[in-house]
Write a protein that binds this ligand. Structure first.
Ligand code: R5P
Length: 294
């Protein structure tokens, strides 16, 4: 029996690539809202005893999570064998500590919620910062794939003489891996703080790289401020306008347009469907899926 993959709304393109490459059966689902806004869910495929894969884009998660959980409940009632979640972008990873008194650690609560519902989880470059590995918060088998190779491949075909730039010290490990995979140099912007509001950012060894194309790489682009500030510093240092690569383009309202208006070329993976998608994660995800399927 082939595993059945259900594609939740918003991820049709990536979903079709996974279906074609993985040879899964396509799950058929009726998902709509009642007039009062509550979700109606009906599974139209025969799912009894099947291994189920749900592909769900979890950016702007609040509106997606309840239908997803109701869907999981329906599948369990219909007697499925197992249910795995492929969430190329894993939400709620950034509130990974109590920054201010009285706040919640949402990353933990969200992980608990998903761990109660799914049998396994596959994601790409979750925001692991103070949480070092998914299994610190997820109690189900969970795998974090890395987009380093697909990014490096894209770079080799598209960018002439790249130099990878980490926008800040935290990104050093990430920038190193992409640079190593792409066989190109890297630098990390160094930040010196002279008080609460005064920060000087410099590009070490800038003179050596004026003929290179700077490529800023980060895991998430949200407001775009991190990238825009880093790009401004590069320009002040005499470098060209950079290519900005984000694994996950979650783009707060207007962020992509603002970045483009600032003359930046913005490129993302298709973890979240967006016009800036140029890097395909389907082969990476298909390989990662093998470990969960019997
Ligand atoms: C931060 O922890 C992340 O790695 C990104 O640097 C951040 O989410 C980017 O956010 P924004 O686009 O809003 O500057």
């Amino acid at each position: 029996m082939k595993p059945i993959m259900f594609i939740m709304p918003g991820q049709e393109e990536l979903g079709e690539s996974l279906l074609a490459g993985g040879g899964f059966e396509k799950g058929v689902l009726e998902l709509r809202n009642f007039p009062d806004g509550e979700s109606y869910i009906r599974v139209l495929s025969d799912v009894a005893d099947a291994q189920i894969i749900i592909l769900c884009q979890l950016h702007q998660p609040n509106e997606k999570i309840l239908p997803l959980l109701l869907f999981v409940g329906t599948l369990r009632d219909l007697g499925v064998h197992s249910i795995g979640l492929v969430a190329p972008y894993l939400a709620y990873m950034r509130q990974d500590k109590r920054f201010h008194e009285g706040e919640g650690v949402s990353a933990q609560y969200f992980a608990r919620l998903l761990s109660q519902q799914f049998d396994w989880l596959l994601t790409v470059d979750p925001h692991l910062h103070r949480i070092h590995a998914l299994n610190e918060v997820y109690s189900i088998p969970s795998t974090a794939l890395s987009a380093v190779q697909p990014i490096a491949q894209w770079l080799s075909g598209q960018v002439n003489k790249p130099i990878i730039i980490g926008p800040d010290g935290e990104s050093e490990q990430w920038a190193t891996k992409v640079a190593l995979a792409a066989g190109c140099p890297f630098e990390v912007l160094s930040k010196e703080r002279f008080g609460d509001r005064e920060v000087r950012v410099s590009v070490p060894h800038v003179a050596d790289f004026l003929d290179h194309t700077p490529v800023l790489v980060d895991d998430i682009i949200s407001t775009g401020h991190t990238m825009m500030q880093a790009a401004a510093h590069l320009r002040e240092s005499g470098m060209r306008a950079p290519v900005c690569i984000g694994v996950h383009g979650i783009f707060a309202a207007g962020a992509l347009a603002q970045m483009q208006a600032a003359g930046l070329q913005v490129v993302t993976t298709n973890s979240i469907a967006d016009p800036s998608n140029q890097i395909d994660l389907a082969p990476l995800i298909l390989e990662g899926l093998q470990q969960f399927l019997q």
